[in-house]
Design a protein around this ligand. Structure first.
Ligand code: SF4
Length: 353
């Protein structure tokens, strides 16, 4: 059986729970990691066309009847929080601000007990109009993507003339209770890699916490080329030309970003070396796609369908067990450096950060 229309093989964890799995209530995997951080993709659609993510014409968007309804999203997250030990929920996309019911979903999720921490990863377009309402609904913080401060370059990278909307979204978020306001930047060789210092300066001046993310092989075009990726080491080197960076001694835990205090702190910058400095050993993430598929890892080759069983009337306990079994089979890591590495067929735009 394949899941959705992307030909991704289903992990048949539904029928054969692994006898080796201990009786653990949470999302335990074979390597002893326990997932408590749920990433929920609310849509595969986006209003930008970032060249390192999707083709200019966009993609064949998910059919509406395959997308989870707001009620279904809330139910699945409720099961994760009440039965599976999830304590952080991050809404992603595509672009989650394209989801009309976002405020209601956030309100319902933040009224769960125990209350999870709720965050949003977005391109920021439209946030200036919704930041207040999202903060009122209980959203705790935001991560906004920003790869350049140059409007022309923004247009070249995203094929849209929307830089001012992103910057307005950022400053609107900063005037609400959403805190910290984080910025995610992807540096591409000979495209925007000369902006590491201007981006950090911009964020430091405004109190945003910047994190650079190594580009990962998750684009829809399957055109990722390691030589075009600016590595964590290169980013460190460039920033050190202007700033004194010291490793933050605060416990990193499962956080993807290595954190460095800038010029003695307290301001800091983060570097997410997904490819060259993987952090899979401490991974605590589990993922739900907009069409109701569970992914144990960004780079999973298989998925577990929960939309079908849910629409067929499966009770919460059964869905919780499906989820436990799916996570038990999680791979040790992304395997990008493995000779047999295969890029997942589902692109980042349909998985979410
Ligand atoms: S690549 Fe997979 S295992 Fe590694 S940190 Fe990301 S989600 Fe976790």
């Amino acid at each position: 059986m394949t899941s959705v229309s992307l030909g991704i093989p289903a992990v048949n964890s539904a029928t054969e729970p692994d006898p080796a799995r201990p009786d653990h209530p949470g999302l335990l995997d074979r390597y002893g990691r326990v997932a408590t951080d749920l990433r929920v993709s609310l849509t595969d659609r986006c209003n930008l066309r970032c060249t390192y993510c999707m083709p200019p014409e966009g993609l064949d968007w998910m059919p509406a009847d395959q997308a989870l309804t707001d009620d279904e999203v809330v139910r699945l997250v409720r099961i994760a929080v009440e039965q599976l030990g999830v304590r952080q929920v991050r809404f992603t996309g595509g672009e989650p601000l394209l989801r009309r019911g976002l405020e209601r979903i956030v309100r319902d999720i933040t009224s769960l007990q125990p209350r999870p921490k709720v965050s949003l990863t977005s391109n920021g377009i439209g946030l200036s109009r919704r930041a207040e309402a999202l903060a009122d609904a209980g959203l705790d913080r935001v991560n906004i993507s920003l790869d350049t401060l140059d409007p022309e370059r923004f247009k070249r990278i995203s094929l849209r003339n929307r830089l001012s909307d992103v910057l307005e979204g950022l400053s609107a978020a900063a005037t609400t209770d959403l805190h910290p306001v984080k910025v995610n930047s992807v540096l591409l060789r000979d495209v925007n890699d000369d902006e590491a210092i201007p981006l950090l300066r911009y964020c430091l001046e405004r109190g945003y916490e910047l994190r650079f993310i190594e580009q990962m092989p998750l684009d829809a075009q399957h055109g990722w080329d390691r030589s075009n990726m600016i590595t964590a080491a290169e980013i460190m080197h460039r920033l050190s030309g202007e700033y004194r960076l010291e490793t933050d001694t605060e416990e990193r835990g499962s956080a993807p970003a290595e954190r460095f205090l800038v010029d003695g702190g307290p301001a800091a910058v983060g570097i997410i070396g997904s490819v060259t400095r993987p952090f899979c050993g401490d991974c605590d993430r589990t993922r739900l796609t907009a069409d109701g598929q569970l992914r144990s890892c960004l780079f999973s080759q298989g998925e577990t369908d929960v939309r079908g069983p849910m629409r067929a009337g499966a009770p919460d306990d059964e869905i919780a067990d499906l989820w436990r079994n799916a996570m038990w089979r999680k791979a040790a890591g992304h395997g990008i450096d493995d000779p047999g590495f295969i890029q997942p067929s589902r692109p980042m735009s349909a998985i979410g950060g």
